[in-house]
Ligand binder design. Structure first.
Ligand code: MG
Length: 257
């Protein structure tokens, strides 16, 4: 008799404990659910096979075949040439090229190659540049064993921000920039509400970490802002004073953010 009382008590205890645990667990899940969001559901984007390939929602600006998305910055046909290997190569003196479409906040992937034969030095060695909104320059330069002012080397925001490190590859090797660009915002009176910002990854290495751009890129003098629209063309530079063989671009794609 005694034995069965003890057994009943033990069973009752286990049942009670299990029920209590269930209640505790349910209330924990209820608490956790208060900080779970189920929408908005991020849309599916299919990544490229490699980082060079455009993801499914990107606008392909250049894929080695044609320059249909580009024009001469000052109007007219692109004067640069497409090589046999699909590289888009600067033709010196033909002028900068610009996208026909304007872009504001964006993610850009672009690959570039400096000539394998070294000619020129400092700023005249493979100089080009990527101008966001046609005016904020991310410098392109052969900075492999090529001393120059450091706020003008590859990976710099020209005359504004020195890159965190020099991630340059040797001349003749393809290099990449992956960039997150945030457009500046202006008040209706033209004053800056928020400056442009840029993050740059050069050959997989962070070189600019969300730095604030100080204004229109200047060779001489202090940069300042002039209000402009929220979408402007992306421009690639034909640096007329460059010393050697021209440099090239390939695999250019952009995602609007
Ligand atoms: Mg330049």
């Amino acid at each position: 008799m005694k034995k069965s009382i003890v057994l009943s008590a033990a069973i009752a205890f286990v049942v009670t404990t299990n029920a209590q645990n269930k209640v505790n667990q349910d209330s924990l899940f209820k608490e956790a659910a208060k900080t779970e969001f189920w929408e908005p559901v991020p849309k599916m984007v299919t990544p490229g096979k490699t980082n060079s390939d455009a993801p499914s929602d990107a606008i392909v600006l250049y894929n080695g075949k044609d320059v249909a998305k580009w024009e001469k910055e000052k109007g007219g046909k692109v004067g640069w040439k497409i090589d046999k290997d699909g590289a888009l190569t600067v033709v010196k003196g033909s002028g900068n090229i610009a996208t026909k479409q304007g872009f504001g906040n964006c993610q850009l992937h672009i690959e570039w190659r400096e000539p394998s034969v070294i000619a020129g030095a400092s700023q005249t060695r493979g100089n080009s540049g990527i101008f966001f909104m046609g005016q904020y320059e991310l410098q392109v330069l052969d900075s492999y064993n090529n001393p120059t002012y450091v706020n003008g080397q590859a990976g710099s925001i020209y005359k504004q921000h020195i890159p965190l490190v020099n991630a340059s590859k040797k001349p003749g090797e393809w290099q990449s920039y992956d960039v997150i660009f945030t457009a500046p915002v202006f008040f209706s009176d033209g004053k800056v509400q928020s400056p442009a910002r840029i993050t740059v990854i050069h050959n997989g290495i962070l070189v600019q970490n969300n730095v604030a751009i100080k204004g229109h890129t200047e060779w001489i003098g202090i940069p300042k802002y002039a209000a402009h629209s929220d979408r402007e063309p992306l421009v690639l530079q034909d640096h007329g004073l460059d010393g050697g063989q021209p440099m090239s671009y390939r695999n250019i794609w952009v995602r609007e953010l």
